[in-house]
Design a protein around this ligand. Structure first.
Ligand SMILES: Cc1cc2nc3c(=O)[nH]c(=O)nc-3n(C[C@H](O)[C@H](O)[C@H](O)COP(=O)(O)OP(=O)(O)OC[C@H]3O[C@@H](n4cnc5c(N)ncnc54)[C@H](O)[C@@H]3O)c2cc1C
Length: 353
């Protein structure tokens, strides 16, 4: 528990991982990040997440199922495990989710793995919008990302964690941040899309999946709806502060940070058709664009040892990045998995020292 641990990144993945480390009793945990809660920048995805829990884990992927299931239980706990609850401080709200599918040929739709994980699960067979073949309804959690990120930071700092706001260009720069040189220190790399550019990592499997949204003020919307069609995904995600995120797009390999007007019109047309309670006279609060940190083959959970000629100690690195469109809903499971992986690696390292 005395190991010095640096967490690189203060998105939902880095913050949750750092918090789990502190909750487990690790004494010296420091986050280094270019962007921290409160910042809004295209290089920082987490504040732009909708965000709702709507699993994307496949029926044949037990690891991803576990990451999402652990997180669902954690988020539900924050809301007192009750439907219709709001925890303003954490930025969590529980509502009914309606998920509609045009394609009813996949096992994830016909026999979803999570039907016994979520509360109040039912298949939807009646009253479906035109063209929709089937659907699911259940109780889900909605996360007001900017509020939630600040809450994560406050919990981490309350437990004695420290944050350094700084950008690094090469992973080995972290060696300079290790004080009281010991035989080894740990680094957890939670840089999201930044992993594509970070020297010593430069993961070319990483690319952005751009998501554009329209944020409206509509406190009367108390449900979340998602429609998955062959062409696109349309969603309505209310937040605990009365705003509602309308989306969306999933533009692969697209770094464009700007708002596209035609996309705004398409989002408004699709969401008002999906949810007639959203009408075009609603106040638009803002437009937003975020880049999901997509990784070909799924997130990277992997250990690596780095040594430096200048330093007499090793840096034990655990990579945890590339959560695409499911980083929030899998964050607690991901953090626990990452910490376990780091601990396995550290115990092996110690036995070889
Ligand atoms: C429109 C939209 C809707 C979404 N909806 C949902 C949803 O409903 N549910 C869901 O689960 N997910 C959703 N997501 C996906 C979710 O937002 C991401 O999976 C998640 O935010 C990724 O978090 P992260 O911590 O990995 O990355 P980030 O939030 O990008 O954080 C990366 C951190 O690393 C730091 N960093 C990177 N490189 C360096 C460097 N060289 N030096 C120092 N610091 C560095 C950054 O400054 C930042 O602090 C959505 C995303 C978008 C865009």
């Amino acid at each position: 528990m005395d190991t010095q641990i640096i967490v690189l990144g203060a998105g939902v993945i880095g913050l949750t991982t750092a918090l789990v480390l502190k909750q487990k009793g690790y004494k010296r945990v420091t986050i280094i990040a270019k962007y921290v809660p409160g910042d809004m920048c295209i290089e920082y995805t987490s504040p732009f997440a909708g965000a709702h829990w709507r699993t994307m884990a496949m029926n044949d992927n037990p690891l991803f199922q576990k990451l999402d299931a652990v997180s669902y239980r954690k988020f539900m706990g924050f809301a007192g495990n009750k439907q219709g609850n709001i925890n303003e401080q954490v930025g969590i709200m529980t509502v009914t989710s309606y998920d509609y599918y045009d394609d009813n040929s996949t096992p994830e739709v016909t026999d979803p793995w999570f039907q016994n994980t979520v509360r109040d699960f039912k298949f939807l067979t009646e009253g479906l919008p035109q063209g929709v073949k089937t659907g699911h309804t259940y109780t889900t959690v909605l996360i007001n990302s900017p509020v939630y990120l600040k809450w994560l930071r406050s919990q981490f700092e309350k437990l004695g964690g420290t944050i350094i706001k700084q950008s690094i260009t090469h992973i080995d720069e972290v060696f300079h941040f290790i004080r009281n040189k010991e035989p080894y220190a740990a680094l957890i790399n939670c840089t999201g899309l930044g992993a594509r550019f970070l020297g010593g990592v430069q993961d070319d499997k990483m690319s952005p999946t751009r998501g554009q949204t329209v944020v409206v003020y509509a406190p009367h919307i108390k449900k979340t709806i998602t429609h998955v069609s062959a062409q696109c995904m349309t969603y309505v995600i209310p937040r605990s502060d009365g705003t509602v995120i309308l989306g969306g797009t999933a533009d692969k390999h697209d770094f464009n940070p700007y708002i596209d007007d035609a996309t705004v019109q398409s989002i408004l047309a699709r969401t008002t058709a999906l949810c007639p309670e959203i009408d075009s006279s609603l106040e638009i609060v803002r437009h937003a664009t975020g880049l999901r940190p997509f990784r070909e083959g799924g997130p990277r959970f992997e250990n690596e040892i780095r040594r430096s000629k200048q330093h007499s100690f090793a840096l034990y690195v655990t990579h945890a990045y590339g959560h695409g469109g499911f980083g929030v809903q899998s964050s607690w499971g991901s953090a626990e998995h990452t910490v376990e992986l780091m601990e396995k690696g550290l115990s092996l390292t110690k036995s070889h020292l």
